[in-house]
Design a binder for this molecule. Structure first.
Ligand SMILES: Nc1ncnc2c1ncn2[C@@H]1O[C@H](COP(=O)(O)OP(=O)(O)OP(=O)(O)O)[C@@H](O)[C@H]1O
Length: 486
């Protein structure tokens, strides 16, 4: 009962907070009732202190308001429902239960797309139980694994431009880089494409190497992990695979959403992950969405990911886009006038990768024609891109612009959430899609998380009505129309 009450208060708080704050601090909390008491668990000290300082007061207030003076007492602890860590606080890794050494009969079937292990018994042990025998096969596998270790040396903290959209992610990454034993393990960075997740992850790796050039820092894309594992299975060398991954000081895996539905890889990764966390080795993961929202990922993995720190990287606002362009120009020793940077940043809003691509084109054009960078030159060099953008108002584009305007996440627009802070922008985005594109109502509904066409119709009517009666919505709609069409 009191757990439900807590959940209701959390939902109310969700409406009061920006999505990024809610996802970072409130979402990882777990709660259970112990007699009259509510025990709320934070995954680490960082989260606990922050919640205590910033949000607990408000949550207690909400609890008080809804419980007729009989509010349960609340203790904020570090740990999780199943295994709270007694104070004094230890870093998260030591709190993890040992990886299960499970009998062969319990092994899940390999996913259809992945080959079967010739000897699956080899896959049940932990790193410690694997005898360190070097065979020809192991040399082959280790050879194949070596290429995973390269980091992009230019992805450093110095080269990363900080702005509101990535401030928290940068701070968390810096904590991990500068103080790896702090216990923010794993560090989980999530957000849309081209927003700097890989950059930050490499920045941590580069910093760790700077501090200790002998550190074994391994970076790889999750598809590489899957491919390497498949190869190891084919070569009947899964032990070498295990040994390699469990011997690293830091394991950086990009885009882990690609693990979805690959059960055998998830199984292997789960054990590797546990072994690393137990050994106090750092794990950093990225994904295009919040871990709990990755479909086809095992619950136990999702829940383990929450043991460390999960932080969003949002699309940069205009000021940050300008600063990024200025920084990139400076790195390439090119003079970029501020108004030119501003012009590009205003037109290219999607992500940093596209912003960089546009700048490269402008620079190439300037070299080629031997003319300085001016707005005129930019118009000329990005002619096709700008013309296309002018003509093409896509639903994607509308969602991105609306999300940016209301400072919410695109994922929120597509989600089932019904709180006003998300539902109204969603209706605005639907109405704009109807007005500015040729898509039908069912198509628009589909693009908004598979909604029914009647929902879109209702949104269009509601927004038309509000544009008459509500000055704020009228103004918002006008601004958005202008942004999307000029
Ligand atoms: N804040 C920033 N400052 C400087 N450069 C940035 C910033 N954010 C992103 N970039 C640059 O943008 C490019 C794309 O970034 P990155 O590859 O890290 O994106 P990502 O979020 O990992 O995308 P994906 O999900 O597609 O892998 C890189 O060249 C990176 O250096």
């Amino acid at each position: 009962m009191s757990v439900e009450l807590w959940q209701q208060c959390v939902e109310l708080l969700r409406d009061e907070l920006p999505a990024q704050q809610f996802n970072t601090w409130i979402r990882p909390l777990q709660v259970e009732a112990e007699g009259d008491e509510l025990r709320v668990y934070a995954p680490n000290r960082f989260v606990l202190d922050w919640v205590n300082e910033k949000y607990l007061g408000r949550l207690l207030e909400l609890l008080g308001e809804r419980s007729d003076g009989f509010a349960p007492s609340v203790s904020l602890l570090i740990g999780s429902k199943r295994r709270p860590i007694p104070r004094p606080v230890q870093p998260a890794p030591s709190a993890l239960p040992p990886p299960a050494s499970r009998p062969v009969a319990e092994m899940p079937e390999p996913a259809a797309s992945e080959p079967t292990a010739t000897d699956s018994r080899a896959d049940t042990g932990t790193a410690a139980s694997v005898p360190p025998v070097r065979t020809e096969r192991s040399v082959q596998v280790e050879g194949a694994l070596k290429h995973t270790s390269y980091l992009n040396r230019s992805f450093t903290f110095e080269n990363f431009v900080e702005g509101k959209s990535n401030q928290l992610a940068r701070a968390a990454a810096w904590q991990v880089a500068d103080n790896p034993k702090h216990g923010y393990n794993p560090l989980f960075l999530y957000g849309g494409v081209g927003l700097g997740k890989t950059h930050l992850m490499h920045a941590v790796g580069n910093h760790l190497l700077e501090r200790n050039p002998n550190a074994k820092v391994v970076y790889l894309h999750s598809e590489r992990f899957v491919a390497d594992m498949v190869k190891a299975l084919q070569l009947n060398a899964i032990n070498e695979f295990k040994r390699f991954y469990r011997s690293v000081d830091a394991l950086l895996i990009d885009d882990i959403q690609f693990f979805a539905k690959k059960e055998r890889s998830q199984e292997e990764f789960f054990h590797t992950f546990n072994a690393l966390l137990e050994g106090g080795q750092q794990v950093i993961l990225t994904s295009d969405r919040y871990p709990k929202e990755i479909e086809g990922l095992e619950e136990r993995l999702k829940s383990r990911f929450g043991w460390g720190l999960t932080v969003a990287v949002e699309p940069p606002e205009l000021e940050t886009r300008v600063a990024i362009l200025m920084k990139k120009a400076e790195q390439t020793k090119v003079e970029l006038p501020h108004d030119a940077a501003f012009f590009i940043a205003q037109r290219i809003r999607s992500n940093v990768r596209e912003l960089e691509g546009a700048l490269k084109r402008v620079i190439a054009h300037s070299h080629f024609t031997n003319h300085p960078i001016t707005i005129e030159l930019i118009r000329e060099s990005l002619k096709d891109l700008l013309a296309l953008q002018d003509k093409l108002v896509s639903v994607d584009n509308i969602q991105r612009t609306v999300a940016e305007y209301y400072k919410i996440k695109i994922a929120d627009l597509l989600s089932k959430r019904r709180s006003r802070s998300v539902a109204r922008p969603r209706q605005v985005a639907m109405a704009l899609s109807k007005e500015l594109t040729n898509h039908s109502l069912p198509e628009i509904g589909d693009s908004f998380g598979g909604r029914d066409h009647t929902t879109v119709l209702h949104a269009c009517r509601k927004i038309a009505e509000l544009r008459e009666s509500d000055a704020d919505i009228r103004e918002d709609y006008k601004n958005l129309l202008r942004t999307l069409t000029t």
